[in-house]
Ligand binder design. Structure first.
Ligand code: ATP
Length: 930
């Protein structure tokens, strides 16, 4: 952290009083004017950090030609040249170059995709400009702007605090100090001895608000901030490889070792047992090795992951790390919040309840249209003293604001928390003169809301017209606990247990219908405390309250959630609601949306019960259907850990500062893009831009899809190794009597020519129908398992081998050559190998279509959707035409033209292959529903 010097502006404003600091920055409490903002934007530019220097493109390009695999291929080429096998040498080098360019291109695409994602979640901040509060992009801030920050916000610039309530900032990104630091508005004395971070009236860009609220004036922006100066150092953190990429790394190495070993064994057998000429034996082995090493596997996988990430982003799920895509695919438990994720978080007060009466409220949303009614009669604040207090209390203890429709918005908008905004709406419906109230009795202090104590309190200045100067609102059980009296018919009476029970019965009645209830209470703080507001703390103020009434809100479930919940159950994914809301409300909503199995009993565990619950008991409940209610965010961590200990892959949602540990702990932490705090977003692996539970399920589906695509892709490239290897095996086993049905050059042509684009196409398939009808993949399951190997080698590979071998013998037979008198050189031999090559290519055409769907029939309405598959098939045929008819290719690859008979046979090959595989899938679908 920077030590101060004489001209240091931060130090200068830190020692000034609030008024002088504002003057110094040419601004005022009501903020800058729009003209001033424009001028300052010209002067200071955007509030952003310059991008760190990236590794130059040429270095990234070259890296693709200098990795282990590439070096192996360079050396192989050199050996071929030395052995006077110029064509083979050229082919191997060409393979290496094409592969390098291809890998670079894929890497580049994947980088571009991830970069685009970073720009998709702009950060906003609340400012006061021209005396009006508005939400702007943080990058448009200028020095002199007045900023309002609350718990969980990223601090967008270096800011001098001008007002603060119980504010604490986490400055660990600047100082390494993990404990949050208190911040206040008083001028700092003795600044000379202090580091910037020690100035407790300054907050800094790149750090976060952990608690409380702050209003402050921007001193420095962008690269002029302290963080800006060190930003370049922190930006170059290398991206870690995902488990899948690591697995692929190992897999590539293992297959390469296997290929080299097989090559050596074949070389030895060919030279010493079959007495094949040394040079030929060597070429043979080299070709096998090059063909079997799965070059390009990793970049293709990276690109298909990046493709999935882009698709997910379009469906409102932003993934921060590619590795999360695969983890998502094996998610078996989702711990989800209720408010805003399962429900719309569009609150409307539907009922008001006091110990005298209850009222119905008409109208929906944030438009001030509707009435408070007692039976058919419209009622207003002035008609009933207690009702007036409930409306006033709710409105005062409200930090949100509603905004009438304007040029940009056709509907009423809200700034802030919907739970609070709806209280302004209902106050206006009751004709409370909210503007006059705020002007006459402005707020002097706030004890902000936090999800652990589940309430908040405001202290208003007094003009002598109100019964109370302090209002508390919050979860009914928590507020009622703090009440010692209640208001009825204009009288404050001591509260009894009976009255408390009556309130909680009313609360339960509403909660059973899935409604959200907030209690409002009041208190009159004495003059002594009003004169010394520092002594007004949660402990001293939130006691001896007078209960006023209940506000009952409707927060309808999101329409898409019903289907998503059903989909989860079918997919073997358990959804557990972990909410701060009341048990009965939570249970009712869970049942309404079908979140849990309707045939099983649903247990509600409250945060209080969880505190004393031993692990064994918790484990027992987690095995059944359970909802967690009135939870403190810290407790979510325990639920997530326990699920993980039970062997699950857990996705957990959260939005507050205190959710961050649970988000980090979960295999997939999910933050809300709309309502989530910046701290939660930083801790998460995935951000939902629409805050919607259904988007999580969509992302899981994509995750499963990608994994299955990579497997399909692997099956495709591995299966052709079988018909490529069989000729060599036959050649060796027959002691050379069956000549090689496929030359090394032809093997290279398939693996690194015709197979490339169809394989890429498989990596881009949409998730298959029925992919969410299976239980989640076990995290222990490897990419290549026995099913994959069996499918690749013993099914598709074996069939292709039989067909290719038959094609070789058939072509020879057609020219009058019968085993054991098969030609080993000459036109007939070359033609027979060309037919074998073509037969394998046609088997691969059938294979790509078959492998596209593992269970579903290929004849479905999405048949033509993936154009890459068809481009791949067309390219296969074009390349085959080139190699068999274009003289340059013929002499390079040692091929000859195919004739009409050959073509008839070739075109027929895919038909039985497709039919057999369709039959297999049909049997599979019939017999194995899961
Ligand atoms: P979820 O955890 O599913 O998002 P939630 O909003 O109910 O639901 P919290 O934000 O932890 O969870 O709130 C806990 C409880 O505190 C709420 O059920 C409500 O009773 C009360 N509450 C929520 N917001 C406020 C607020 N702004 N002021 C006062 N009380 C609040």
């Amino acid at each position: 952290m920077t030590k101060n010097d004489e001209n240091d502006e931060i130090i200068k404003v830190a020692q000034l009083s609030v008024e002088d600091a504002l003057k110094e920055l040419n601004t005022s409490q009501s903020g800058l004017t729009i003209d001033e903002v424009h001028t300052l934007q010209q002067k200071y530019g955007k509030n952003i950090f310059a991008k760190a220097k990236q590794e130059p493109l040429w270095k990234k390009f070259l890296a693709n030609f200098t990795n282990l695999m590439a070096i192996l291929l360079w050396v192989a080429g050199i050996i071929a040249f030395c052995a006077d096998l110029v064509q083979l040498g050229i082919a191997i080098w060409a393979v290496n170059i094409i592969n390098g360019i291809f890998s670079f291109w894929q890497e580049f695409q994947a980088d571009k995709a991830t970069e685009a994602l970073a720009n998709m979640l702009p950060s906003y901040t609340r400012v006061i400009r021209n005396g009006k509060e508005e939400k702007i992009l943080a990058k448009d801030l200028v020095p002199g702007d007045i900023v309002k920050l609350e718990e969980g916000d990223d601090i967008p610039a270096d800011i001098r605090v001008i007002a603060a309530t119980t504010a604490q900032a986490d400055q660990s990104s600047l100082t390494g100090e993990v404990n949050p630091v208190h911040k206040g508005a008083h001028a700092v004395e003795d600044v000379k001895k202090k580091n910037h971070a020690d100035l407790n009236n300054m907050i800094f860009s790149g750090t976060n608000m952990m608690k409380g609220n702050i209003t402050g004036v921007v001193v420095k922006t962008g690269m002029n901030t302290d963080f800006g100066r060190i930003a370049e150092l922190t930006q170059n953190v290398a991206q870690q490889k995902s488990p899948l990429e690591k697995e692929l790394d190992t897999l590539t190495k293992q297959i390469s070792i296997l290929a080299i070993s097989i090559g050596i064994i074949f070389f030895l057998i060919a030279t010493f047992f079959v007495h094949y000429p040394l040079v030929k034996g060597f070429v043979f082995a080299l070709g096998m090795i090059v063909a079997f090493i799965p070059e390009g596997l990793e970049p293709t996988v990276t690109l298909s992951l990046a493709g999935a990430v882009q698709r997910m982003a379009k469906k409102h799920a932003l993934i921060k790390r590619l590795s999360s895509v695969e983890t998502l695919g094996s998610t078996s438990v989702i711990c989800s919040d209720k408010t805003g994720t399962l429900t719309k978080n569009e609150m409307t007060v539907k009922e008001l309840w006091t110990l005298e009466k209850s009222y119905h409220v008409s109208g929906e949303g944030y438009a001030v249209r509707g009435h408070i009614k007692e039976g058919p009669k419209h009622v207003f604040a002035k008609d009933n003293d207690t009702l007036k207090e409930v409306l006033l209390g709710g409105f005062f203890a409200d930090n949100a604001r509603i905004q009438a429709p304007d040029k940009k918005h056709v509907r009423y908008q809200i700034l802030g928390d919907p739970t609070e905004a709806c209280l302004e709406v209902v106050a206006r419906k009751g004709k409370v003169d909210v503007e006059a109230e705020l002007k006459n009795t402005p707020r002097v202090k706030e004890l902000p809301f936090d999800s652990s104590r589940k309430m908040m309190t405001v202290i208003q200045s007094s003009d002598g017209t109100h019964r109370f100067n302090t209002y508390t609102k919050g979860a009914p059980n928590c507020v009622v606990d703090k009440c010692t009296s209640y208001l009825e018919h204009g009288e404050i009476k001591p509260i009894t247990q009976e009255i408390k029970d009556k309130i909680m019965r009313a609360n339960d009645g509403y909660a059973k219908d899935g409604l959200r209830v907030l209690a409002v209470a009041g208190r009159n703080l004495d003059q002594k405390m009003m004169n010394n507001l520092d002594s007004a703390t949660i402990e001293t103020v939130e006691e001896n309250l007078t209960f006023l009434g209940l506000t009952v809100m409707m927060d309808p479930p999101r329409a898409e959630v019903y289907k998503a919940a059903r989909e989860c159950r079918k997919a073997g994914i358990k959804v557990t609601m972990v909410t701060g809301d009341y048990g009965l409300t939570a249970k009712s909503i869970a049942r309404q949306i079908g979140l849990t199995d309707p045939d099983k009993p649903l247990t509600v565990i409250t945060g209080d019960a969880l505190k004393t619950m031993p692990d064994d008991e918790l484990r027992h409940y987690l095995e059944g259907e359970v909802v967690f209610a009135r939870m403190a965010p810290e407790q979510k961590y325990r639920v997530v850990s326990m699920y993980e200990k039970m062997g699950n892959i857990v996705a957990a949602t959260g939005d507050g500062v205190n959710d961050a540990p649970a988000l980090k702990k979960a295999n997939i932490g999910i933050a809300m893009g709309g309502t989530g705090t910046d701290v939660a977003k930083e801790a998460a692996d995935m951000i939902l831009t629409d805050d919607n539970f259904a988007s999580i399920v969509g992302a899981i589906k994509e995750g499963r899809g990608v994994y299955s695509n990579i497997r399909k892709f692997l099956i495709y490239i591995l299966n052709s190794n079988m018909p490529e290897a069989v000729p060599s095996v036959l050649f060796l086993l027959s002691g050379g009597a069956i000549p090689l049905a496929l030359t090394v050059m032809e093997i290279l042509f398939i693996d690194l020519g015709t197979d490339m684009i169809p394989a890429l196409g498989l990596g881009r398939e949409d998730p298959e129908k029925g992919i969410m009808d299976r239980p989640p993949r076990s995290p222990k399951d490897h990419l290549i398992n026995k099913h994959v190997l069996a499918k690749a080698f013993l099914w598709y590979g074996l069939i292709a081998s039989i067909i290719a071998t038959a094609a070789f013998f058939g072509a020879n037979f057609y020219r009058g050559h019968i085993f054991p008198n098969l030609p080993v050189v000459g036109w007939d031999y070359r033609q027979a190998t060309t037919v074998t090559l073509a037969a394998i290519i046609f088997c691969q055409i059938a294979a790509v279509l078959n492998i596209r769907y593992s269970r579903q029939s290929m004849f479905n309405r999405h048949f033509f959707k993936n154009s890459m598959i068809f481009i791949g098939i067309i390219m296969e045929i074009v390349l085959l035409l080139c190699i068999s008819y274009v003289p340059v290719f013929q002499s390079f690859f040692g091929t000859e033209p195919l004739n009409a008979h050959d073509w008839i046979m070739l075109v027929c090959i895919p038909i039985p292959l497709i039919l057999i595989d369709e039959l297999r899938k049909w049997i599979l679908r019939k017999n194995y529903k899961k």
